[in-house]
Unconditional design. Sequence first.
Length: 341
Amino acid sequence: MARASDLARWVFVEAGGMNADREAAGWISRTVFERRKMLAVSTSWRSEISDDGLEIIQAILDLGVEGVELEYRVTPSMVKEILPLLRKGRISVASLHNFFPLPEGLPKEKASGDVFSLSALDDEERALAVKYTLRTMEWAEEFGTRAVVLHLGKIPMDDRMEDLKKLYDQKKIQTDEGKSLIEALRKVRARKSLKHLDAALRSLEKLASEADRRRISLGLENRLNIQDFPDFDEFKILFREFSGGPVRYWHDLGHVTVQQNLGLADPKEFLENFFEVLVGVHLHGCRGYDDHFAPGSGGEDYSLLQNFLRLDTLLVVEAHHRASREEMLQGLEFLRSRGIS
C-alpha cells in the first residue's frame, strides 16, 4: 500500500523538485485551507463521471472556487494527477472524505464511504475500516487538512426506505400508517444497534488518539437511511464518550432534509444538540427524498443552518453531476447571497 508521503515524493521528483526527501513531507502542508468561511466543492461533483483528476479539479476551479474536498472515488492515479496543483498552491484541501484514496484492488464502481464499516461486528472488516481510515488521516496531515469526514456503517435490517418514499409520495408520512411504519422500523433497529455502537466506540478509540496526535478532527456525518448508523441518540452517546477530543460532528444538510421529509429526523434537534462539536457542513439541494442537487435548488433550510455556523466551520458543496455548471454557479451565488461563504 502506497503511503501518502511516498506519492507526494514521487510527484515532487517527477516535477523536477530538488531536495525531494527533505521537502516532500512539507510542501503539501503549506496548502492549508486557511480562509475562514470560504466555500469548498467536493470532487463528488465530477468524480462519478470522470477518471481524470486534472479535469475534475479544473471544473471546480472554473467555478471560481479554490477549496476542495477530496473523496472516496478519487483513485491513487488521480491523486498523482492532482498533487502538482497542490504544490503550486492552485487548490486547498478543506477536508477529506473517508476512504481516501480508493483502496487498491477495489473497482471505482464500488467506491463508497461504507465500503468497510467502522461499526462492523466482523473483526476483520472493522480492522480494514480502521486501517484505511488511518491512511486517510495520513493524507489529511500531508495536505494540512483539518478534518476527515467519516461514515460509521449500517445496522443490518431490511431496507424499507422505498416504502417510506412511497408514503411520502402519497402524502402519508404524518398519517397513522406512516408513523406506525417508522415506529416499527425503529424498534427493529434498536434491537440490533447496541452491539454496533460498541464496535464503533472501539474503532473510534483507536482513531481518536491518532487524530489527536495529528491535530485532525474526525467529522461523524449524519446519514440518509433509517438503517444508517449513527442515529440521533447514538450520536449523543458517541459525543459524550469522546467529549473534548477530536471526534466531532459533520452536518449534511441534504441528508437531514431528506430524513425530515420522511419523518425520521428534525434538523433543528441535530443542530441544537451538536453545534458545540460541529466541524463542517455538506451543502446540497434536496427535493423530497432526492438530494445532491445544487445548493438552494430544493427545500433545505438555510435560515436555520446559519444560526449555528461559526467562522471556522468548514463549508463544502457536495453536489453530484446531476447539477450542471450553470446550476452550480447559481448555487454558489445563492450561498454567498445568504452569507454562507
